[in-house]
Design a protein around this ligand. Structure first.
Ligand code: FPP
Length: 253
């Protein structure tokens, strides 16, 4: 996993935030779609639909700000426990998103990636994921990464299994295993560590998201429900991040 300092510095696109204080990787737990819909006595799926619009706006704003990567928690390994109808509507929404948003992804020079146990997703979703990933692979702008059927523990288990297989086959010397080597077995080996983790919807939890990668991330929780999250809320989170002193276990400047 490259350290944050190996990534190109984004431009100073947010007034009052010096370029060196901009996050290079923003990860978001998009929570509150269901509550947003229920407050209006609507079906929960309408909240997810409204959430898709916010995915688009947030992605475009991150691209405009020159942020290196945006990772969105779109479906967790635990989300299969939801009613079958909600799960299948979410999957359909995701498949349509991947088709509809493809031109926008390409026009914005975004590189699309997905992480998670993707092989367990419905065939249509896997097909559109593969297509968007392939078409955008040579792009050089912001990386948009969707975490789908994702769990932080599952990711570490999957990495551990592959590490054990490589050691057993003699391709890996266990004595040489270090943090960088472990990171190279994660779903997105070149993922820069998230600098800023945003959670909408007010809950103060990590919910099994990027457990390995967020070791030193700054956490920003906002009560705003995901469908109400706007560019101004993203800016507020970035300004909050920029005001923090990051010591990475040291004593600071
Ligand atoms: C949490 O809200 C949100 C999800 C489980 C799914 C997030 C999905 C989207 C934003 C739309 C689909 C995404 C893409 C990329 C097409 P919740 O339902 O748990 O809300 P609640 O806590 O209010 O019940």
């Amino acid at each position: 996993m490259p350290s944050a300092s190996t990534l190109p510095k984004p431009p100073a696109a947010l007034p009052g935030v010096p370029p060196g204080r901009m996050p290079r990787h923003v990860a978001i737990i998009m929570d509150g779609n269901g509550r947003w819909a229920q407050k209006r006595t609507w079906a929960r799926i309408r909240g997810h639909r409204a959430g898709v619009r916010v995915v688009r706006e947030t992605t475009e704003e991150c691209a405009r700000l020159g942020i290196g990567q945006l990772t969105l928690y779109a479906f967790s390994v635990e989300n299969w426990k939801r009613p079958e109808r909600e799960v299948s509507l979410l999957m359909r929404l995701l498949e349509r998103y991947l088709v509809w948003e493809r031109p926008t992804i390409l026009e914005n020079n975004l590189r699309f990636k997905a992480i998670g146990r993707l092989d367990k997703l419905p065939e249509g979703v896997r097909r559109e994921l593969a297509e968007t990933t392939r078409l955008s692979a040579a792009n050089t702008g912001t990386t948009l990464c969707l975490a789908l059927n994702y769990g932080g523990r599952a990711e570490i288990v999957d990495a551990a299994r592959r590490i054990a297989e490589d050691a057993k086959a003699g391709r890996l010397d266990p004595a040489r295993l270090d943090e960088a080597a472990v990171a190279s077995y994660l779903y997105q080996p070149d993922m820069p560590e998230p600098d800023l983790l945003i959670r909408t919807g007010g809950e103060q939890r990590i919910s099994n998201f990027l457990l390995w990668q967020i070791s030193y991330a700054e956490i920003h929780v906002t009560p705003t429900l995901w469908p109400d999250f706007r560019a101004a809320d993203l800016h507020a989170a970035i300004r909050d991040f920029a005001s923090r002193e990051r010591r990475f276990g040291g004593l600071g400047a």
